[in-house]
Design a protein around this ligand. Structure first.
Ligand code: ADP
Length: 593
């Protein structure tokens, strides 16, 4: 990528270069001009001095008065600080303010003298062998009566001119540098004036991009930059409003997603999880924050689920499947449903997976199926017997009244059993309906009265087996119950206690208060229940010993009815039992507040 330069470093050096180039050109031009001008001036001045000297000494040329000339030239030279040389047209030097003329050679071949001899003003810059330095010479011819009588030469050391020029150059350069410095400072300020607001714009733009949309840019002096700042402020305002709407919508969406019972997982075409709600995380035992952006394969270790997702991503239509999830302890049945997501160009952008925990529905389905097969089985036995005996009666000897009586007796027993099963089923269904509806009414009653009624109902059966019934309950103990239902539950428990006890044993029916609850206890000393059956005896039609239960006229529904009645009262029923020692059933009812 091309290396980016700051705008300041673009502007400042360019301006500086322009300043230096222009200063260099101006300085060179002006110093050249000045040198030329100065040299011209020096020549003019030397010429003027020569003419002035001519005025003073021309009278001494004819007749030639060398002494006078020498005195005058010496005098003038001291005043005007100029070397003066007087030369005759023959080239002979008659006077010189710096040297003895007698020691000087003939000057005819000097260029300035040559020019003067030709009648013109002459000049020359050259090395003086007499003075051993560079000199500027100017010569003017002197005419007396139109006849050239001599040449006046004025001279000045060129070092003097060079010194003056050097000083002038130095001042010009100093002035140039001062101008460059001032120009540079102005240029620096100007560049900063442009680059600083741009840097501010850049800084704020970064802030906007980072989400600081409440900040604003100040007003700027430069109109164009101020316009940009105004537009950026407006843009931030609009973005802020939109962000607020989006944040609000997101919060709404999050609330909807997290409050949904169904699990939702959004997966992108690369099989990465882009979103999932609380229910899905709970069902799949995942940490919401941890799985975002990760591949399904690395997060959900369930081959069936992974295969389903792969199939869903390949499919442009919704698909459905039920899969088992969870461990041995807690198994779930999950119904999966996919919704493919497309963008406006019909390109696949992801897939939504909907998860529904149908474990409960599945269990209910199994219970219903078991119930139907159990009921059919329970009803089939007495009906088959009845059918068999009726057929035997039809085919048999109709004249043997004893036989007919025996058969009819068996048929009666089985119809009685059928009736008992149907009655128990009906009451179970009534209780279940009551549990879902609100027709069950509660009243605060004396528990002892309920227990007494139940004991009385079962007394006759107990007496047949010489079983002693004991009742222990405080007269004052009260509880809010449906009296008929609770009495029915206690009757079922006492009936079982009598049914599964040996003759001449005893049954204790007791009620007492415990912190926060009333406990009704039915204790017997009967056959007891094996440990492996304890958790199942409250299921419909479950019996530890089918033959024994049937012989006792049991339907396998008694404890199921008890459980439902207690549930309606928002209580609990449990059992403690040891085979051979007896059983103890407890009904826990919440105490009225
Ligand atoms: P059943 O009509 O067969 O008595 P229940 O639902 O009342 O049906 O009881 C289920 C099973 O629990 C019984 O078949 C019996 O095996 C066992 N059971 C119930 N109560 C007692 C008890 N007090 N002593 C021993 N076993 C019992």
């Amino acid at each position: 990528m091309l290396k980016k330069k700051k705008i300041f470093w673009q502007l400042f050096p360019s301006y500086l270069l322009i300043i230096f180039i222009s200063l260099f050109l101006v300085t060179t031009y002006s110093s050249n001009l000045f040198t030329h001008f100065y040299q011209e001036q020096i020549l003019i001045e030397l010429k003027e001095r020569a003419y002035l000297i001519e005025n003073q000494i021309s009278k001494d040329f004819y007749p030639l008065n060398v002494d006078n000339i020498r005195v005058l030239t010496d005098k003038i030279s001291k005043k005007i600080l100029t070397r003066i040389t007087i030369i005759l047209p023959s080239g002979e030097v008659v006077a010189d303010t710096e040297e003895d003329p007698l020691s000087m050679d003939n000057h005819t071949n000097r260029p300035e003298i040559q020019m003067a001899l030709s009648g013109k003003d002459g000049f020359s810059t050259r090395f003086s062998h007499t003075l051993k330095e560079n000199m500027v010479y100017v010569t003017v011819p002197v005419y007396v009566n139109n006849k050239m009588t001599g040449i006046i030469r004025t001279a000045m050391p060129s070092t003097l001119i060079e010194k003056t020029l050097t000083k002038a150059y130095f001042e010009i350069i100093l002035g140039g540098l001062l101008v460059a410095f001032i120009g540079g400072a102005i240029n620096y300020n100007l560049s900063k004036k442009i680059s600083q607001p741009l840097e501010q714009l850049e800084h704020k733009a970064r802030g906007f991009a980072a989400g600081n949309l409440k900040e604003r840019l100040p007003e700027f002096d430069l109109e164009e930059i101020n316009n940009v700042a105004y537009s950026m402020n407006e843009m931030a305002e609009q973005l802020n409003e939109r962000m607020q709407i989006i944040t609000h919508q997101n919060a709404e969406q999050e609330t909807i997603l997290s409050s949904m019972k169904s699990g939702l997982i959004f997966i992108d075409p690369q099989k990465r999880i882009t979103k999932l709600n609380t229910s899905a995380a709970k069902l799949l035992n995942l940490d919401i924050e941890e799985v975002y952006g990760k591949k399904v394969k690395d997060t959900i270790k369930n081959i069936e689920f992974y295969k389903f997702i792969s199939r869903a991503l390949e499919n442009r239509k919704s698909i459905e499947k039920e899969i088992p999830l969870g461990n041995d302890k807690e198994k779930h049945c999950i119904q999966l449903y996919t919704v493919p997501i497309f963008d406006e160009k019909e390109a696949r952008t992801g897939t939504l997976i909907v998860l529904n925990d149908i474990t409960h529905i599945k269990r209910l389905e199994t219970i219903r199926q078991d119930f139907v097969s159990n009921v059919s089985h329970e009803l089939k036995t007495p009906i088959t017997s009845i059918q068999g005996y009726v057929e035997t009666l039809i085919d048999g000897d109709m004249n043997d009244p004893e036989e007919i009586k025996t058969y009819l007796g068996v048929i009666k027993k089985h119809t009685g059993r059928l009736k008992a099963i149907i009655e128990d089923l009906l009451s179970l269904s009534r209780i279940e309906q009551g549990a879902s509806g609100s027709e069950v009414t509660f009243e605060t009653i004396n528990i002892r009265d309920v227990l007494t009624n139940a004991v009385q109902t079962c007394e006759q059966k107990a007496e047949l087996k010489s079983i002693k019934m004991n009742l222990a309950c405080n007269n004052e103990l009260k509880c809010s119950v449906n009296p008929l239902l609770i009495e029915q539950a206690i009757i079922n428990l006492i009936d079982n206690a009598v049914k599964y006890s040996e003759e001449s044993s005893s049954v204790l029916v007791e009620a007492f208060r415990q912190p926060g609850e009333i406990v009704i206890k039915v204790r017997d000393h009967g056959c007891g229940i094996p440990e492996e059956s304890l958790s199942r005896i409250f299921e419909r039609f479950y019996r530890v010993d089918k033959a024994r239960s049937r012989k006792q006229g049991g339907t396998g529904l008694g404890l199921s009815i008890v459980k439902h009645i207690v549930q309606i009262h928002k209580g609990q029923v449990d059992v403690k039992s040891k085979p051979g020692e007896g059983s103890c059933f407890y009904i826990h009812l919440p105490e009225p507040a």
